[in-house]
Design a protein around this ligand. Sequence first.
Ligand code: SF4
Length: 298
Amino acid sequence: MKSKKIKDDSLSEVEEEEKELEERKNKFEDDFKKILEVRTEIKAVVDTQGLSSCIEKCNNSDRKLLKFQGLVSLMLSPQTKDNITYETTQKLIEYGLTIDNILKISQENLVKLIFKVSFHNVKAKNIKALAQKLRDEFNDDAPETLEEIIKFPGIGRKIGLLYLKECCEQNSGIAVDTHIHKIANRLKWVNNTKDPNKTSIELEKIVDKKYWDKINEILVGFGQEICKSIKPLCVISCPLYKNCSYYKEVISKEKNKTKKEKSKSKGKKKEKKMKKTKSQRVRKKKIEYDSDTEEEIL
Ligand code: SF4
């Protein structure tokens, strides 16, 4: 979608960029405050079975073990519903989620344990590789920098940042999943970013650090319950719809189109009905005429 903003000629390109960044910063701040209000009333799956809840299930008294279990739980999560990740994490913990046990179990049996998560074959392979690498190169202790952790197979920027936040008490960045990527673009906090990693970098430029620790869960829940991918609940539940570009440019236009189509088909039905009634009337008259003529003849 092309930006309709008119450029101010008196400003240099740098000033223009700074101005635009400031506008997006303010828009984020306003929107996020409203989302926070809504989220205090509307609870989502992420609140009870999200990644924080999974990490709570992990061993909190042993830091090395907590980091390993947290990483495994996070590695299960991509493309998988929160409740399934939660259930599978619990299952693995009950089985005994330690580096020793993951090295001992066959990949086939690990797949059986995690079969409910999507891409379970690849994930089982990555979990075994994680355990092996931690044993061989890190003395069973996962590293605590984004740079190092994203070198493990199956761990990207999002998982890395969530791991640092949940298991190492570090707020190193904004972890962006598909919900946050979609919301940030719909509300124009970022400019048409193509993937979640780019969105994460762009958001870090405009979001005050005081929000970094809660932004993920707040927005994921907002995406799960209100700003859904298909049929978002704009007018019904979202306080932002009057200032939401996506609502104005896509949803309301779709609504008008559907309304027009409905009234068009209603009109057609009416026309058909009228034609039918007219032909019925003509037929009735013809029958009356025929019977009258018959009587006259008789
Ligand atoms: S108005 Fe609709 S599309 Fe825009 S943020 Fe709210 S729910 Fe999402």
